[in-house]
Design a protein around this ligand. Sequence first.
Ligand code: 9MR
Length: 888
Amino acid sequence: MIPHSHRSYPTRSPGQVRRFRSRLLGTLAVAGLVGAALVAPAGAAAAADDPPEQIVNGDFSDGSTAPWWWTENNPATVVDGRLCADIPEGTANPWDAIIGQSDLPLIAGESYTLSYTATASVPVTITTNVQMAVDPYTTELSEHDQLTDTAVPISHTFTAKADNDAAQLAFQVGGSSHAFTLCLDDISLRGGAEPPVYTPDTGSPVRVNQVGYLPAGPKDGTFVTDATDPQTWTLNDAAGTAVATGTTEPGGTDPTSGQNVQTFDFSSYTTAGDGYTVTIGDQTSEPFTIAADVYAALRTDSLAYYYDQRSGIAIDGSIAGAAYARPAGHLNVAPNTGDNDVPCQPGVCDYTLDAAGGWYDAGDQGKYVVNGGISVAELMNAYERTLTAQGAGGAALGDGRLKVPEHGNGVPDILDEARWELNFLMEMQVPDGQPLAGMAHHKLHDEAWTGLPQAPDKDSQPRLLHPPSTAATLNLAAAGAQCARLFRPYDTAFADRCLTASQKAWTAAEAHPAVYADPNDATGGGAYSDSNVTDEFYWAAAELFITTGDDTYRQAVLASPLHGHSDAVFPHDGFSWGSTAALGALDLATVPNKLTGDQLATVRAMVTDAADGYAQESQDTLYGLPYAPSGDHYVWGSNSQVLNNAVVLGVAGDLTGEAKYRDAVVHALDYILGRNPLNQSYVTGFGERNSHNQHSRIWAHQLNADLPNPPAGTLAGGPDNQLEDPTAQSKLTGCAPAMCYIDDIESYSTNESAINWNAPLAWVASYVDDLGSNGGDDGGSKGACQVTYTSYRWSGGFTTQVTLKNTGTAAVSPWELAWSFADNQKITDRWQAEITQSGQNVSAKPAAWNASVAPGASVMFGFNGTSTGQVGNPTTFTMNGAACETVT
Ligand code: 9MR
C-alpha cells in the first residue's frame, strides 16, 4: 500500500507566546515566480460578501490544534471538535494562562468582529484580547467574557487603531481560584483585507544541485523562463571566469509546477572546484562544487540524524555539536513517565515493557515498530551494500567514522546506530506466556499530543503501549533476520537474539495474519495503520530466507502473490513504510542466498523492470526526478518516495553496471538538493537555500531563538499537495503539486523530518559518494584481478559470495580462482560456479555461460557450507595462477 493520507495527525503549538512570537509574515511574503491563492480557512461557512477571515483553524474540524498555542501550564487538545484545556487554579494574573493565535494582520481604521463559543466547567470571567504580540502588548480589543458550562456565542466588534502585520488573539484565562476545564470553538476574526497571499520566494530561475556534482557524473540543471527558443548557458568558476558554455533545450511546461522550463547539461566539464555558477541571460544560479568527494559530508550528516533522534540516552555535545546536547529523554526520570516501564492502553494488556531506547520517529517523540523497521532496514542496507557491490566503500561507515558514541568497539558505526533501534524493536515484542506472545506492539507514544517546543526529558505525558499488529510483528521479523546476519561477525549473542526474536515474530505473524492497527488511533501519535500486510510477509520471508537458507521461508517467498510482479513489489509511486516488499526483493537480488539461478533471475528482473520505469521518468521529467506520481499526487513525505525510487535505481546500477540507472540516482539527488520548482534544498545545512525549520519539538528554533535549527543532514518531507495541516491549508492553497511545500515549523505535512525519510537519503548519499570516490579506494596499483569475499557466519555454517573482477586490460577466458581456507570450512553447495574442495584448498571454475570476463567486468558466485567455531576469511586468491587484490 502506498502511504495513507490521514488528516488526523494533529500537533501542538508554542507555549510561550510572548517570547515565541512567530516572524512568519515578515519572512515569507516575499516576491517570487509563482503565487498561491489563499482561501478563508476557518470558522463557519462564509457568505460571498463576508469580510475576510483572519483566523486559521478556528473550528478544529480536522483534529489539529495548529497554529494555536498556549502557556505551558495549560496544554490543550482537541476533544470532540473543540479545543479544550485544563486551567490550573491559583495563578496570579489573567495572562498567567493563555490560549492564543499569532500572525493576525490588522489594518488601522478597519472594523473587525471577533466571535467564538466557549464553556468553562466552573463559572469564570476571562479576558479576551486582540493585541500586539510584543511589548507593550497594546490592546485593540480587551473584553471580559463570562463563561459557564453552556456554550453561548460571544461576539465583539472593534476598529483597529494601528496597522499591525502580526497581532495576536489571546484568551487570558489565568487568575482563577478554581481549576476548570475550558473548551473553545468556532473562533473567527473577520474584517480588514484579505490576508496576504503567500508567494514562495523561488530565487534564481537557474536551478542546479546547490551542493554540487561529481567530476565524472552527469551535470544537469533546469531553467525557468518564458522563452521557448534555446538560450546560451555559461558555466563560471569561482572567480567568475567562463569555463564552459552551451545551449539549453526547451522543454515546455512542467506539469508538476506549471512552469515553462528549459534544461541544460554541462556534464562534459569535469574540473573540480568550488563556487561554480551557471548564468543564463542575466540570471545566475546558486553556487555549487564539482568534486569527487562532494557527497562525503552528506553521507555522514544524514546518518548523524539518528544519533540526534536517540531516545533514552544523553546526547553528547562533543559528538552532536554543542547546540544539540540534551539530557536523556523518556527514562522514567521525572517528569517523564517512560519508557522503561510502559503500560498498555487500558484493556490492551496487563504487563509493562521496558522499551527504553530507540529513535524518536520524527518531529513527535513517538516510537513506532511500523516505521522503525523500514528505517533501520534501509540503514542496514546502506551497510550491506558495501559487502556486495563493486565500488561500495565500507570504510566511510566503519568504526570511528560516524557521529556515534560507540567508537572503538570494532563494529562499523552504522551498525552501532542500527543496533540502537533494533534493541527497541525487540523490546516491543509481547513476552512469552502472554496473549499474542511473539507479536510486536505496533507503537508506543504519549497519551496526548505535546506542544512545540518539547524537550524529551521534560515530557510529562503518560506513555502507553498500543495493541500488537501483524505489520509491526513482520517489521520485527524482517529487521531481526537482517540483524542476525550482519551482526554475526561482531557479536554472536546479539545476532542470536535478533534471529530468535525474528523467528518467533514470524511464527506469531503466521498465527495472527490479519491483526491491523486502528487507523483512528492517532491521538498523541500517528496511526501508521496498514491493512494489507502481504508486502510485509514477503519482506520478512525474504530476510529470513537469506539469513537461514531455510526452505520454509523460500516457499513463503515463492508462494507470495507478489513474487515475480514488479509492479506489486515496486509500486509506481515508490515503496514506503506501508509497502515494504521491495526491501525483501532488493536484498534477495543482491545478498548471497540460496535461490536457484532462475529464481534469482526473476527477482533481479523485478528490480530492473522497476528501475527501467523510474529511469524513464527521470529522463522524461523536466526536473530530472525519477518520481512521477499518479495524478501528480505528491504524497506526505514525497521526498522519501523520490529517494526510495533512487535506491531501487541504485541497486539496478549495482546489478547491471548500467549508467542510465546511476545517472537517475544522481538526478534524484539533484532534485532533493535544489534542482526543483522551488529552488529549495530540502536538506538542512546543504545548499544555499536549504530547509531549516522542519517540524520538530527539539530543534524548534523558529519558535524559540534559544533552540537550534535541525542538525545538518536533516531531510524535509517535501511537497504534499493534499494540504494536510492548517498552515499548508492557509498558505499553500492553489499550489502546483511540486510546490506544495513551506519551510515552516508548523507545516508538519510538508516539512517534518522522519527516520524513514532520512534513511533513503543516507543510502543514496552513500551510493553517490561511492560513485565519486570509488568507495574509499585509494587508487593505488592493482593486479589483474580483484576479489571481494563476503561471508555470513552462524554457529555451524556459513554463506559466502565471491565477486571476481577483471581489473586487467584483456578478457580472461576461462578463469579459475583458487584459495585456501584457514580452517575446517566445508563447502556443501554452490551456485554460479563449479567448486571443488580438497582439504583446505578450493578451486572455483565457471560454468560455460560465465567463462569469459571482459576487462572491468565481474563474475559472482557463492556457496554454503559447514564449519565449527569462528573462522577468518581467506585473504589470498589467485586467478589462473596470478595473485589478485583482495577487498575486505
Ligand atoms: O509518513 C506518514 C505518512 O505516510 C502519513 O500520510 C501521515 C499521516 O498518517 O503520517 C506520516 O507519519 C507521521 C507519523 O504518523 C507520526 N510521526 C511523524 C510521521 C511523519 O510525519
